[in-house]
Design a protein around this ligand. Sequence first.
Ligand code: ATP
Length: 349
Amino acid sequence: MYLTVRDATKTYGTFTALDRVSIGIEKGEFVCLLGPSGCGKTTLLRLIAGLADLDGGEITLDGANLSHLPARKRGFGIVFQSYSLFPNMTVAENIGYGLKIRGAARAEIVARVADLLELVKLPQVADKLPGQLSGGQQQRIALARAIAVDPRVLLLDEPLSALDAKVRAELRDEIRQVQRALGIPTLMVTHDQEEALALADKIICMNHGVVVQVGTPEDLYHRPVTRFVAEFMGTSNLLSPDDVGQLFPDLLATRPGAARAHLACIRPEQIDLVPDADGAATVRSINFLGNLRRLEVDSPVGVLTVETHGVNPCRTGDRVSLRVAPEACTWVIDDEAPAKSIQSGAVPA
Ligand code: ATP
């Protein structure tokens, strides 16, 4: 691992914002720190940036302990949620700022700024002030400024959350392209699971100050370990073993040992719906969403959500039978069941 955080703990008074959190980022990797509001993502990013002090644990970069190094000596680039450009400097001065204070020659700064403006696709704005740019343009400049000094790690704190949906999606793709082109190890904080799925090589999912699961976007979506992750990563049908026994008895064979309470997690697109006059379920509602249809289906154990692509064979009120392939069902720990605690996270290798 290039950057590692080991057993990071941070408390505010009696409140534990981070409880022995361990994570790692490889060289060139794009990692998303994902979790609901208040789970400790920004706190962790700030500790890594050197903008807050650890109460316990350590942070290393390429084997060297950074824990007590001030922010400016860590060599990291940071982009925050709100545009943090200097308002009275031009775009070029903003981007060149870090190079200037490092004593770079003027010609070198001019050339580097021009390259970076090309990279973020805004070659014409060098002489404008930040206030003359849109929010999306300002975030591109903030990105250019952060990467101008060849940071050892790029830290992004919800950089897209103040933008509207279209600009957000465009800039998301561009951040990814720039990161790939330059190979900068990047850690991005987001509470948006779609953003994390689309961007990350690796997602670190947090809740209540601990890491709950680390894996690829596919792992987190298709193989969530806990109910919390299953629910946070998208829509899922969560069924008790008794419900599974009634609806899909074949799936019971895939159930893990009974040491903990488990639920079956079945994603809406993994349920096959077949028109069947003798079927045990009834279509309650159909929502057309363009590329797919989302159906609510009344089953003997309650309402299930089903998504279908292509031609829809059903209408509201139709009777249907439901099928799920055994490999499409994941058993998750019911971490929201009474007296069950969330499993703490994986330690980087
Ligand atoms: P969000 O997406 O809302 O920013 P987050 O996951 O980034 O959430 P943090 O900002 O890391 O969460 O905050 C974690 C917890 O620590 C929150 O409950 C927050 O209220 C608390 N907290 C953060 N900073 C401080 C502080 N300076 N003093 C006291 N409590 C704090």
